[in-house]
Design a protein around this ligand. Structure first.
Ligand SMILES: *Cc1c(COP(=O)(O)O)cnc(C)c1O
Length: 420
């Protein structure tokens, strides 16, 4: 089942009152579940000295959630200045923050090295010369090209815009050494929502091989390898979960082997987003209309401005109707929002119980790349975010957007360029 039984039970109990108090639509996240996953991850890799997860902020950029992750010892992986700012606001210091941007601008670099700096993860060899100061520690994102296959969300490495190519990787470190860089790491990010743990083990093997290659050639050592994020979660009820313990078991073997052969080993870093928070969030929305034409449609009060994965990736998100979980009489329907786009559907031809206006739909697995991907096309506003806390109270951790927010970028000092 996509959403855990435990979360389902605790949520069902508080849902009617929560809907009444806060109004739909909203995303609601589960503090207990998030903490448990953090703990599972830290425990799985604790035998690799210095293991650290840098949460991919873009998955769920909410400070209340990031504070929880910070307490579990996580750092943050950022790809923009606002994400770095968020990470600093929740207590991320220096090397707790990894700046993994691409096509990086000069102002972004400037912001990244401010306030104690962070780990700079460069996406290209040409960016070395664009750093204002020489950092002490540098990391490069490695793109293996035809050596590896990616997957649907992130694309094939040969076609992807990210990273330093295989032929440039030694040179990238060699140039950094000449500039005076003293500490080194290497990073890659090849797949997203990958459910096969072997793929992630293969990525670790690949990075350890590159580490050996670069370090022998240049007579340096790497402080860490960062295998990226991309650990998958089961979105459909019949998908088996990612086997984290199997991944950890095989990863530890690789590290031990490396250490035996080389007399040292880098630390293991990871930057998962989806795996950490994805299953611990749901989008709650009310049925407001029914329509019967060539198909049956259930209209809800959320739209793809709150969750665009189904429209963008054709992604499956499981849906249950509150208090009709056990109904056996099901009928096919499309669950739709109000955007003037036919991809604004949370589900297509989904078997669902008979609904009436006011029924509450719970759309699963929106805890990562859900609210965060929202947008304002068609004048649609993003919904609020709530947190179900461990003491079973519910706190609003982001308000819904208002019409004033929508108009805020239209209030500015007049500025005109005239030509004579
Ligand atoms: C998006 C992203 C991640 C997180 O991906 P998940 O699939 O959520 O684990 C990690 N690192 C980088 C560089 C990313 O762009």
């Amino acid at each position: 089942m996509p959403m855990s039984d435990s979360y389902m039970k605790r949520l069902s109990k508080i849902l009617p009152q929560t809907v009444k108090t806060f109004g739909t639509p909203f995303h609601i996240y589960d503090e207990k579940g998030i903490k448990e996953t953090c703990c599972k991850l830290n425990t799985a890799f604790e035998n690799i000295g210095g293991f650290k997860e840098f949460f991919a902020v873009k998955a769920l950029p909410n400070p209340s959630i990031m504070k929880i992750l910070r307490k579990e010892g996580f750092g943050f992986d950022c790809s923009s200045t606002p994400e770095i700012e968020l990470s600093r606001q929740v207590g991320g210091l220096k090397e707790d923050i990894m700046f993994t941007s691409n096509n990086t601008s000069a102002p972004q670099f400037k912001a990244a090295i401010k306030n104690g700096g962070c780990i700079l993860n460069l996406d290209d060899i040409s960016l070395i010369s664009k750093l204002a100061d020489t950092p002490e520690l540098i990391c490069f994102r490695y793109n293996p090209g035809p050596r590896r296959k990616g997957n649907k969300i992130i694309g094939n490495p040969v076609e992807s815009k990210y990273g330093v190519s295989h032929d440039q990787i030694v040179d990238a470190y060699s140039q950094s050494i000449k500039l005076g860089v003293k500490r080194f790491g290497i990073h890659t990010m090849l797949a997203s929502n990958e459910l096969n743990f072997e793929y992630m083990v293969e990525t670790t093997r690949m990075l350890l091989d590159i580490t050996k290659l670069v370090c022998e050639k240049l007579n340096i050592t790497f402080e860490f390898i960062n295998i990226g994020g991309g650990l998958g979660i089961p979105y459909t009820p019949d998908t088996p979960p990612f086997d984290l313990n199997a991944m950890a078991r095989e990863t530890i073997i690789l590290f031990n082997k490396f250490k035996k052969q080389n007399g040292w080993a880098p630390k293991l870093y990871m930057e998962s987003g989806r795996f950490i928070t994805g299953p611990h969030g749901v989008l709650v929305t009310s049925v407001i209309n029914h329509k019967n034409i060539y198909r049956k449609y259930i209209g809800v009060d959320a739209s793809m401005s709150a969750l665009m994965r189904p429209g963008m990736y054709d992604a499956y998100h499981h849906i249950h109707v509150h208090e009709k979980e056990n109904d056996t009489q099901l009928e096919k329907a499309d669950v739709v929002g109000a955007l003037c786009e036919n991809i604004d559907k949370f589900a297509v031809q989904r078997e669902l119980p008979d609904t009436v206006e006011g029924d509450i739909l719970v759309i699963h697995d929106t805890g990562a790349h859900g609210h965060a991907m929202g947008f304002n096309y068609n004048g649609h506003l993003r919904p609020k975010e709530l947190l179900l806390k461990e003491d079973s109270s519910v706190e609003m951790i982001r308000r819904a957007e208002s019409i004033d927010d929508y108009f805020s970028t239209l209030n500015f000092e007049p500025k005109t360029l005239t030509f004579t």
